[in-house]
Design a protein around this ligand. Structure first.
Ligand code: NAD
Length: 293
């Protein structure tokens, strides 16, 4: 078994971007700028946003954080997005999800300028991605594709099983793995909470992407010998041995599954780090498009 190490692959993306930003700055240009909106004080969201901001700084990107109260109205959030859409110094906008109940996420996502939609959640970008046109690809699926590319995983004609059909992970990764391309051309089965015989379907997979949010769900008897296993899950489970009081667990029972597969991503240290690298890549791309660099 070989580890698909997100730390190594993400660092190589970030090193490349750091060099690009240095070149821009040495030409007297400003660096790319990511603006994040964080509503409320959800612990996991705080951690994700802090990590995105830290990674911007490490790569030489500018970042700004707009904090909004948990009880903010949809109108106030919309006004903030309109402001960032208009702000010429901002290249990429992300609204950290989930949002509080009084706000409809789809209303908000559709307001982000598609050219600044570095999370790739706007329906315009989703549509373009499905048609294989240039678009912003959601960061987690994009990060998975980068990881497959980094380790030159052969996907051609392989059977990929995706567990989960969300708009941010399961559905887009199923499209990307199915598309004609160097890390695509898979035959894809998308499973979800109503799928029957899930274990049997998983056992037929050459590649499994587990994105359902159920800790240690995928067991050794659900994977075939030599398969490639990508674990997207991130769940906080109580753990009194940790200072934080919780541990992060993936959707794959790593201890069981790792001895059976050819490649596997760890959690933490796998897809999560690639997600941030992909977000930076999208922001850099947005900057280049807007500034013709
Ligand atoms: P979601 O809740 O929106 O979707 C979960 C999907 O899993 C649904 O389509 C559902 O039908 C399916 N599902 C649920 N139970 C199932 C079961 N028993 N069998 C088969 N399918 C089942 O979740 P999401 O936003 O796609 O996130 C999934 C996981 O990935 C979560 O743990 C989330 O925290 C994590 N995540 C990680 C990253 C990262 O950067 N690594 C990014 C996004 C999400």
């Amino acid at each position: 078994m070989q580890l698909l190490d997100g730390k190594i692959a993400a660092q190589s993306v970030k090193d490349r971007l750091t060099e690009e930003v240095k070149k821009l700055v040495s030409r007297g240009l400003r660096p790319p700028h990511l603006a994040a909106i964080l509503v409320g004080q959800n612990g996991a969201s705080e951690t994700y946003v802090a990590s995105k901001i830290r990674n911007c700084a490490e790569t030489g990107f500018r970042s700004s954080l707009v904090r909004m109260d948990e009880n903010v109205s949809e109108e106030a959030l919309k006004a903030e997005i309109a402001r960032l859409n208009q702000d010429d110094s901002v290249d990429g906008i992300l609204v950290q999800l989930p949002l509080p109940k009084q706000i409809r996420e789809d209303n908000i996502i559709q307001l982000i300028d598609p050219d600044k939609d570095v999370d790739g959640f706007h329906p315009m970008n989703t549509g373009r991605m499905v048609q294989g046109l240039p678009s912003y690809i959601p960061a987690t699926p994009y990060g998975i594709m980068m990881l497959l590319e980094h380790y030159k995983i052969d996907t051609q004609g392989k059977h990929a099983v995706v567990i989960g059909r969300s708009n941010i992970v399961g559905r887009p990764i199923s499209v990307l793995l199915n598309q004609d391309g160097p890390r695509g051309n898979c035959t894809v089965t998308v499973c979800h909470s109503r799928t029957r015989n899930l274990a049997e379907i998983c056992r037929q997979a050459d590649i499994i992407v587990a994105a359902l949010g159920k800790p240690r769900f995928l067991k050794a008897d659900m994977v075939k010998e030599g398969s490639v296993v990508i674990d997207v899950g991130i769940t906080r489970v109580p753990d009194t041995t940790k200072k934080t009081g919780f541990a992060i667990q993936g959707d794959v029972d790593f201890a069981e599954v790792s001895s059976k597969c050819s490649y596997i991503t760890p959690v933490p240290g796998g897809v999560g780090l690639m997600t941030i690298a992909a977000l930076l890549q999208n922001t850099y791309h947005a900057y280049s498009r807007r500034n013709n660099t």
